[in-house]
Design a protein around this ligand. Structure first.
Ligand code: 6OG
Length: 163
C-alpha cells in the first residue's frame, strides 16, 4: 500500500491544475501531489509537492483535508490518497520538469482529460464537502470498474487538525 497526496488550490473562481509530464498518468490534468516520504505528514508532503511540481508556496497548516480516496488497480495494487484544498498561497505557478500548471475556470474543469475518479469527488471538494471514496480500476489503470463515495460530516476544525 502506498500513501500519497493531491492538492487543489483555488483563487478568484479558478482552480490550479497541472498537466503531468512524466510517470503514471502522464498527459492527464491533475492537482499537484505525490508520494508521502517516510517521516512526513500528509499535509507536509502535500505542501512539498506543490512547491516541487508547480513552484507555488503553501504552508502545510493552510491546507484543508477534504477527503481520502482509496484506489485499487486490479487485485494487487493499492494507493491511499489524502486530498487537500487551499486558498492561501504565494508565487506564480510555473512549469517544471514534472508538470505544466494552468488555471481553469471552476465552471470549465477538463474532467475528460483527468483521472476518471475526479469527476465524482472534485465537485464535492469544491462545494466544501468532505468525502471518503474507494475506486477500483482495471490493472492498466485506464478504466474505472466500480466506486463507492461517501460524504462525511464536516469537522469543527475545518479539516485543519491532523494529518
Ligand atoms: P505516482 O505517480 O507516484 O502517483 N494518482 C491518482 N490520482 C487520481 N485521481 N486517480 C488515480 O488513479 C491516481 N493514481 C495516482 C496521486 C502519485 C500521484 O498520482 C496521483 C498522487 O498525487 C486512478 O504513482
Amino acid at each position: 500500500m502506498r500513501l500519497a497526496t493531491l492538492c487543489f488550490l483555488t483563487r478568484r473562481g479558478r482552480i490550479l491544475l497541472m498537466r503531468k509530464k512524466c510517470g503514471i498518468g502522464a498527459g492527464k490534468y491533475t492537482g499537484p501531489g505525490g508520494k508521502i516520504e517516510p517521516g512526513e505528514s500528509p499535509r507536509g508532503a502535500a505542501a512539498r509537492e506543490v512547491l516541487e511540481e508547480v513552484c507555488v508556496k503553501v504552508l502545510p497548516e493552510d491546507l484543508e483535508l477534504m477527503g481520502v480516496c482509496k484506489f485499487h488497480f486490479g487485485r494487487k495494487h493499492f494507493m491511499e490518497v489524502f486530498v487537500f484544498k487551499g486558498t492561501k498561497f504565494s508565487g506564480k505557478p510555473s512549469e517544471t520538469e514534472e508538470a505544466d500548471p494552468r488555471w481553469f475556470p471552476l465552471r470549465d474543469i477538463p474532467y475528460t482529460e483527468m483521472w476518471e475518479d475526479g469527476r465524482y469527488w472534485l465537485p464535492l471538494l469544491l462545494a466544501g464537502k468532505r468525502f471518503g471514496g474507494t475506486f477500483k480500476f482495471d490493472p492498466s489503470r485506464e478504466r474505472l470498474v466500480s466506486h463507492r463515495l461517501r460524504i462525511l460530516p464536516s469537522s469543527p476544525s475545518g479539516g485543519r487538525r491532523n494529518p
